[in-house]
Ligand binder design. Structure first.
Ligand SMILES: CC1=C(CCC(=O)O)c2cc3nc(cc4[nH]c(cc5[nH]c(cc1n2)c(C)c5CCC(=O)O)c(CCC(=O)O)c4C)C(CCC(=O)O)=C3C
Ligand SMILES: [Fe+2]
Length: 371
């Protein structure tokens, strides 16, 4: 089922300039000081990317993802094959369901009465449909947890636009606020550090202490990176900060590299480099013998992790004779889930946020291509 296209933006106007679409956002603008009003019916929405559930879903899903974004047909056909290797099923949906189940237990365990909903940008359950259910269920305010920890159009602003679109197609519904970026939160760092330590420990004795530590994240176009965050380049800066914290916790004193994976778009458009496979070639040429990849740019082991790293990058390393280990992502690590609960608790209590950071609603804007 292709997603309905809704143009939320009047010509020449950004969605955040129409106050009726405003999504409260607690960075760059003064955070709301008042606590959640007593008796207000609230919910937590896990807002994610979505992924296909079977072979017939793959192409319509890819068309949803790339509509208006100038991705060549050949790239789509190539990526479709990655999904078909897994029976046309992305692991991301099961991972989001597992996260929601763990979050529900976490909230109940902390005595917090807050229902958790799930909505996606690119596949069912579509956020537009979830929004209708929220309204029908009488929810008045929604805390939105996006399954991306970082700034950038793809990782942050597009989730704001998803909420705005869901409100427009439903003629309103609950008010909403997106929880801040959590790349530097203690729980996200702890989860990634535990995974990195386990991956290092899995290497053979003779290379364990000398293996190169390599953080990875989704590449984005240079033009998108340039406008990420209030002063630009926040995507790289936040990834660097997160990777530094993860390495400091898991392997103090060791250095690391930050490189990019899963490049898309036409070859003529520059994206962040180096690609992880090129980087492995450079490391091998420089005499390195082992690598540990840690995909700190993602929060679960979805398709771009299991295909682009466990398959392609592992293969590259094997061809180069590099010992290889890949760290897991935050997933349902208790510290990570605890941090999500804390982000919600903090917002409900009101006052200046201490946890996380966020962009002002006007940043990270990258216009769609009308192709
Ligand atoms: C920064 C970033 C994140 C991290 C933040 C976040 O998580 O939100 C992310 C996550 C993901 N990206 C995903 C999948 C895809 N991304 C694509 C295309 C693109 N990604 C981009 C960026 C990002 N992507 C960009 C700039 C494009 C070009 C088109 C455009 O300008 O928008 C395409 C099109 C085909 C292709 O790869 O070319 C697919 C299929 C999946 C689902 C995996 C699964 O199914 O398990 C996830 C979690
Ligand atoms: Fe992507």
């Amino acid at each position: 089922m292709p997603r309905a296209t809704v143009d939320i933006t009047p010509p020449g106007q950004r969605p955040d300039e129409d106050p009726s679409l405003a999504v409260r956002n607690n960075g760059g603008v003064p955070p709301p000081a008042e606590p959640a009003p007593a008796g207000r019916r609230e919910a937590l929405l896990v807002l994610s990317f979505g992924g296909p559930e079977g072979p017939d879903d793959v192409l319509p899903f890819l068309e949803n993802v790339t509509r208006g974004r100038g991705v060549p047909r050949e790239r789509l056909e190539e990526v479709a094959q990655h999904y078909h290797h897994f029976g046309g099923v992305s692991p991301i949906n099961e991972q989001n369901q597992a996260l929601i189940a763990t979050l529900e237990r976490e909230l109940v365990g902390a005595g917090i009465d807050l229902p958790v909903y799930w909505g996606n940008r690119n596949w069912a359950p579509y956020v537009e449909d979830t929004w209708r259910r929220l309204a029908e269920d009488g929810i008045e305010h929604v805390y939105v947890f996006a399954t991306s920890a970082y700034a950038s159009y793809s990782g942050c602003r597009q989730y704001h636009e998803d909420i705005a679109r869901a409100r427009v197609v439903n003629g309103g519904g609950p008010t909403a606020e997106k929880l801040p970026h959590y790349f530097d939160s203690a729980g996200f760092v702890r989860a990634n550090a535990d995974a990195l330590a386990a991956a290092i420990a899995a290497l053979p004795d003779d290379v364990r202490d000398t293996a190169r530590l390599v953080a990875t994240a989704h590449s984005i176009p240079d033009a998108m990176a340039a406008v990420a965050g209030p002063d630009g380049h926040a995507y790289e800066a936040e990834l660097t900060a997160a990777a530094q914290r993860v390495v400091a916790a898991a392997a103090p004193g060791r250095s690391f590299d930050l490189v990019w994976q899963s490049r898309s778009g036409p070859p003529s458009v520059p994206w962040l480099e180096p690609d992880v496979n090129d980087h492995l070639r450079a490391l091998a040429a420089a005499g390195e013998r082992a690598v540990v990849l840690f995909p700190v740019g993602f929060i679960s082991d979805h398709l771009e992790v299991v295909w682009d790293l466990d398959n392609e990058a592992r293969q590259t390393a094997a061809e180069l004779g590099l010992a290889f280990a890949r760290a897991g992502t935050a997933g349902t690590h208790p510290a990570f889930v605890g941090t999500i609960r804390e982000l919600v608790e903090e917002r409900r209590a009101g006052g200046r946020p201490r946890l996380g950071t966020d962009c002002p609603a006007s940043c990270c804007f990258v216009p769609p291509r009308r192709s």
